[in-house]
Design a protein around this ligand. Structure first.
Ligand code: ADP
Length: 487
């Protein structure tokens, strides 16, 4: 069967290669994290499908390049219009497939998906410009040419948002795309492929291959006709991809994990601090940016903890389709067991688990209670490892220097949150923090013009604004001599 009906919509379970639906001999099973229900059997691709998709993208590349930013922009705006017209379907689909909140998909995530496409289409049309440089009468003309086939590999925690954050700039830059969505959340990418067809994006310009990372994903990143690899996922997988990419010297843009600090200084607005800290449970903790290490000045830790617990105890966990629900399930049994394993080991080592610490028995299934560990053993995995579940820890500090030292004492460097009432302190402390994005007295405010990415093991490269185009494009300098002209 090549279709499944989900939320009243037909979703194709096959790959999308060269504008056609293509099946594979094998399939894999897709279930919903909400209640474990069976959603469908999805085509399970391998090297043949990966190679066919790259060949199609390569063949479509010259035509897509020739359209130029305006021609591509017109089609990409049509695509963004179609995303907007289908927000309800996309939101329902994504919630069923990955268990994130329906209301945030409706109001935040899917509008942002459209924006990911619109913004970069406009940027390519209007903003990609560098003044000519004069060198002893010679003129350097700088241009952003497309680079070829972009392989985009995405995770399951925000499937279409994270995919289009790469697809948008890649297509706008003039690259053609092969997307490999995560095997736990394949549905929105397939529906999105239908929208690209309806928008009139030429066959081969955008392709989707479904399947496991170690099968179809590894074949994709090993293909010598790929020009760029954009990957969002875990550090171990990034290392495997980097090795494959090295064979063909393919540039990579990696957005990886985090173990970000949230620092609460003694001069903070403690209501705000508690509110921001509780937000770190969003998406059931399955957010790479989460500030999971809460560092609090020792003089206010009791007051902060009381306010935090008061708010956290009111978190409504349940079916992500209910308006009132604030956090839903973990994505998959394998991941649930992993999160539970971290907490169980911490408990066995005597960690002070003051909230949660166990599955939600009333809900059953993949629902894990929001958990707080106080004063974890320094260096223990609850402090160092990315758990990617609703598990936060609180540690105290006594000086600003110590706060910065603790915040930076991690192999990651994706984000940091600083809560303080002092602008002087904010400037001083943020200057010393190592992270791609720092939020002061706020969280998750994103501007697509701004750079985004991770320091240290949290990634390689930055995207957003011109940084996206520096990656997806092949930036070219043409030098014109003042001599030799006949007209
Ligand atoms: P997570 O821990 O988020 O599941 P992964 O890094 O394993 O992270 O997965 C992120 C994406 O990378 C998924 O789409 C997955 O299928 C893909 N992937 C996993 N292994 C490989 C691999 N060896 N080569 C290419 N892609 C892979």
């Amino acid at each position: 069967m090549s279709f499944i009906e989900v939320v009243g919509t037909k979703i194709d379970t096959r790959h999308y290669i060269n504008g056609q639906r293509v099946s594979s001999e094998q399939t894999f099973t897709n279930t919903s994290p909400i209640d474990g229900s069976f959603l469908g059997e999805i085509a399970r691709g391998g090297a043949n499908e990966a190679n066919a998709a790259v060949a199609a993208a390569k063949a479509a590349f010259p035509g897509w390049w020739k359209l130029g930013p305006k021609g591509r922009g017109a089609l990409l705006h049509k695509l963004a219009d179609l995303v907007e017209a289908n927000i309800e379907t996309l939101a329902q689909l994504e919630t069923l497939d990955n268990g994130s909140l329906l209301r945030s998909h409706r109001r935040g995530v899917m509008p942002r998906v459209a924006m990911n496409i619109r913004f970069f289409a406009d940027y390519a049309m209007n903003e990609l410009h560098h003044d000519d440089l004069e060198t002893r009468g010679h003129t350097n003309k700088i241009s952003w040419d497309p680079s070829g086939v972009a392989a985009i590999i995405t995770p399951w925690n925000a499937p279409l948002m994270l995919a289009t954050w790469r697809i948008g700039p890649a297509l706008a830059a003039g690259d053609t795309v092969v997307l490999k969505p995560a095997e736990w959340t394949p549905l929105s990418a397939s529906f999105f492929a239908d929208l690209t067809k309806q928008a009139g994006i030429p066959d081969g310009v955008f392709n989707v291959i479904q399947g496991y990372g170690r099968e179809v994903g590894s074949a994709l990143v090993s293909n010598p006709n790929v020009a760029r690899i954009a990957f969002t996922g875990s550090v171990p997988t990034a290392k495997t991809i980097a090795k494959a990419a090295a064979e063909n010297l393919i540039p990579c843009s990696f957005e990886l994990g985090g173990k970000s600090p949230l620092i609460v200084f003694e001069d903070s607005d403690l209501e705000l601090a508690a509110e921001l800290a509780v937000e770190q449970y969003d998406n059931a903790g399955q957010v790479c940016l989460s500030g999971t290490r809460i560092l609090v000045h020792e003089s206010i830790v009791d007051e902060f903890s009381a306010k935090f617990k008061e708010r956290a105890s009111k978190i409504v966990q349940g079916d992500p389709r209910d308006e009132a629900t604030q956090i839903g399930p973990q994505i998959h049994q394998v991941h649930f067991d992993r999160v539970k394993g971290f907490v169980d080991r911490a408990k066995a080592e005597g960690a002070n688990v003051v909230m949660g610490g166990e599955p939600n028995a009333e809900l059953g299934g993949l629902y894990f209670r929001p958990t707080l560990v106080v004063d974890p053993t320094p260096g223990s995995e609850i402090v160092t490892a990315e758990i990617f579940g609703p598990v936060l820890n609180v540690q105290t500090f006594s000086t600003d220097e110590q706060a910065v030292q603790m915040a930076n004492d991690t192999e990651f460097g994706l984000a940091a949150v600083v809560v303080t009432g002092s602008r002087e302190r904010a400037d001083r402390v943020t200057a010393e923090l190592v992270a791609g994005t720092i939020w002061v007295n706020c969280f998750f405010v994103r501007d697509l013009r701004a750079p985004f990415g991770g320091s240290k093991k949290s990634g390689i490269g930055r995207e957003g604004g011109v940084w996206s185009f520096d990656f997806y494009a092949d930036v070219k300098n043409t030098v014109f001599s003042p001599n030799g002209w006949k007209e």
